[in-house]
Design a protein around this ligand. Structure first.
Ligand SMILES: [Zn+2]
Length: 250
């Protein structure tokens, strides 16, 4: 069995005097399992109780309301598969699937980062605010820990955003990492969040991101929080004096 990604596109009147066009996003996009393209098409048509053309000539467009587009979905097609996976909204943390937004004619926001237009505009405003605060030195980069009171084990993280937002994102973003699994396993009263270092960059620092990651590594080693805590990996040992390919977010 293979998987096929399909789109049913709807016709949209062209601008004055020009040909009709197929509208985006499609009326519906989905995945169907089948032995081949032919069987995939048959399954879709059975679902909809009608037939769809897979090719329509420009001159015949006015006779067809819909167009069916099918392509085999490779197991490694991360780009298309991502549309079908839960993504956490960058602003509120609510999980959403991009494909649901494409399929919802009333969706007010179809970008990949935010669940809704409201979060998208709030997120953009906050990014500007964060940028201003950072520029004024009022939003410093920090290393934080999240400690489980019952066990004393910690998770160490870094952020250049408002640190309370990062805590909120951990609480609301589902994932399988051991920290998020642990968070789900005991009540919120069992956890405490604190800032353990306000990172001050030395004047000769050439790469702030690498320096910040180096401080994070220092604390992860100090608390041994990979072997005996909730960090999954130790950040690579990066010398802050060596330029990285990664452009720092500053
Ligand atoms: Zn949201």
């Amino acid at each position: 069995m293979a998987e096929f990604y399909y789109q049913i596109k709807g016709r949209m009147p062209g601008k004055e005097g020009s040909y009709s066009e197929w509208a985006w996003p499609p009326v519906f996009s989905g995945i169907v399992e089948a032995e081949g393209r032919k069987e995939a098409k048959a399954k879709i048509e059975e679902d909809y109780g009608r037939q769809f053309p897979m090719r329509v000539l420009r001159k015949d467009m006015d006779e067809h309301e819909y167009l069916l587009h099918i392509r085999e979905l490779a197991p490694g097609d991360v780009y298309l598969r991502r549309r079908f996976l839960d993504t956490a909204c960058k602003e509120c943390g609510t999980p959403f699937k991009l494909i649901d937004k494409y399929n919802d004619p009333y969706a007010d926001h179809r970008g990949p980062d935010y669940c809704s237009e409201r979060c998208a505009s709030a997120g953009k405003k906050r990014e500007l605010l964060d940028f201003n605060l950072a520029a004024e030195g009022r939003l410093p980069a920090v290393i934080y820990q999240v400690r489980q009171k019952a066990t004393g084990k910690v998770y160490i993280g870094q952020t250049i955003q408002a640190f309370t937002l990062r805590w909120w994102q951990h609480l609301t973003t589902p994932s399988d990492c051991k920290f998020h699994e642990a968070l789900k396993s005991s009540p919120i009263t069992d956890w405490e969040f604190s800032v353990i270092e306000v990172v001050e960059y030395p004047p000769e620092c050439k790469n702030k991101l690498a320096y910040l990651t180096d401080r994070e590594r220092f604390w992860i080693e100090t608390f041994n929080s990979v072997a005996n805590g909730f960090n999954t990996t130790l950040p690579a040992k990066i010398s802050p004096q060596e330029p990285l390919d990664l452009e720092a977010a500053f």
